[in-house]
Design a binder for this molecule. Structure first.
Ligand code: PLP
Length: 441
């Protein structure tokens, strides 16, 4: 080639949740007897959770329509009737919100919405990201800025709530920060933020004149006893705000690839308004987001059976997560925060529990060689070493906490195993392997 097309900034793109899939598949190529137990991807459907029967009925009716509208392009920013519904839907639980349908943008899943947001930030502007984080946010922000991510800490001793002093210290130190990302309910920790913390974040954003990017994709999946406070309500008329929602998790329909962005409080600041417009303009170039899920979204969420469906689904998720918490708490070297929403947990090892001599037996020699080469690279984090040995020894696929940029070595696990017998087997295996690993050196 006359020029090198490879963008060196691609090294800033980190997504361990899926990178481990390649590793696990490679190991099964080497040892077809290795039985994989996928606990890495937050896909309820793939883990056997049902989709609402009324969703299938709605889709069948839509597909059979004579005008075939579900097969056509839609408006570039999203089907207008659906955007009107989305604005009204938001106002139904955030009565203060004043957004109209032009403030809604549909994207091909939030993954694509997240990419758009960071891509359209003016050169030199940075967004402060939570640490640990859902890596799509930090990686895209970092890739688009060409710099390592800038983080604020989530405090595991305070239920993984954002460390407000650390947020403020970052804002004092760096005048290039134009926004802060809040993921609530949180992936990877599974926790929900208190109202007072969110109110203080709004105050800080107001004081330093930055926008808030609120990823609330899990807002309908709050376990009994916990409460979710929406930033659309708390930041109303105070701070420029983008809220993200989508169909992947709460319907659940991850394969729909459908989500939306809400631009709130655009009249507060002309620069924010121009930024929001630039995102919408950028979306035109992609023609439009997937039509069918957009058309049926209002019918699903407005369906008379949806609230009961969502309640039952969330209650069962809470029971499964509670059961998994009890298993993980049997490992004394592990700190385990109970989940309050969604389907994730991020247990982490107590200081000094991990070292770079620990191993687990691996019977297949080709797998052993492959894993040893991987974990003996100087850049291999201690929790990645643990995750690699666990995978090769047991077939359990989890994601090291360091892949979520966590300073606390541990792992993120999805709490989606519905089948109690399989769950018992997986977690008993995990507990025994972890104990053996920790004792090995
Ligand atoms: N935001 C968070 C916090 C997530 O956990 C995920 C997926 O796991 C997404 C966004 C992306 O969702 P999707 O692209 O399926 O809409």
């Amino acid at each position: 080639m006359n020029q090198n097309p490879h963008n060196a900034k691609s090294s800033l793109l980190i997504y361990g949740i899926r990178e481990v899939v390649d590793l696990a598949n490679k190991l099964t190529d080497l040892d077809p007897t290795l039985d994989l137990v996928w606990e890495n991807i937050g896909d309820p459907v793939d883990k056997g959770w049902p989709v609402p029967p009324f969703l299938k009925e709605i889709l069948k009716q839509e597909i059979d329509r004579a005008d075939n509208r579900g097969f056509a392009y839609t408006h570039s920013r999203g089907n207008i009737a659906t955007r009107k519904w989305a604005a009204e839907y938001c106002r139904s639980f955030c009565p203060a919100a004043t957004l109209g349908y032009e403030d809604i943008l549909f994207t091909n899943g939030l993954g694509s919405g997240i990419a758009l947001l960071y891509q359209m930030i003016a050169p030199g502007g940075r967004v402060l990201e939570p640490c640990p984080t859902y890596p799509t946010h930090a990686s895209f922000e970092s890739f688009c800025s060409g710099q390592p991510p800038i983080f604020y800490n989530l405090n595991p001793n305070l239920n993984w709530e954002p460390d407000l002093d650390n947020i403020e210290a970052n804002l004092v130190a760096r005048r290039d920060i134009v926004g802060i990302t809040i993921i609530n309910p949180n992936n990877p920790t599974g926790t929900v933020y208190s109202r007072s913390i969110l109110e203080k974040i709004v105050e800080i954003a107001e004081k330093y004149k930055i926008m808030i990017i609120a990823d609330e994709i899990y807002w309908r999946m709050i376990y009994p006893g916990a409460t979710h406070y929406s930033l659309a309500e708390l930041a109303h008329n105070r701070v420029p705000l983008i809220v993200m929602r989508g169909l992947s998790k709460d319907v659940p329909w991850p394969g729909s690839r459908s989500g939306w962005l809400e631009f709130h409080n655009t009249d507060l600041d002309s620069n924010f308004k121009a930024y929001a417009e630039s995102i919408k303009k950028r979306a035109l170039l992609e023609v439009c987001a997937s039509t069918l899920p957009q058309i049926v979204a209002p019918l699903i969420y407005n369906h008379p059976g949806f609230a009961a469906w969502n309640k039952k689904y969330t209650e069962e998720l809470a029971l499964v997560a509670g059961d998994i918490t009890k298993y993980l708490q049997q490992i004394p070297e592990l700190e385990v925060n109970a989940a309050q929403a969604a389907f994730y947990m991020m247990p982490y090892f107590k200081e000094g529990a991990l070292n770079n001599k620990q191993t687990l037996p691996i019977k297949n020699l080709a797998v052993k060689k492959y894993i040893e080469e991987l974990v003996n690279q100087p850049s291999c984090a201690l929790d990645k070493r643990f995750a690699c040995y666990l995978l090769a020894h047991t077939g359990i696929v989890l994601v090291p906490a360091s892949d979520f940029f966590s300073p606390y070595p541990g792992f993120r696990i999805t709490t989606l195993e519905r089948d109690g017998i399989k769950r018992k087997k997986t977690y008993e295996t995990l507990i025994k392997a972890t104990r053996d690993y920790l004792k090995s050196a």
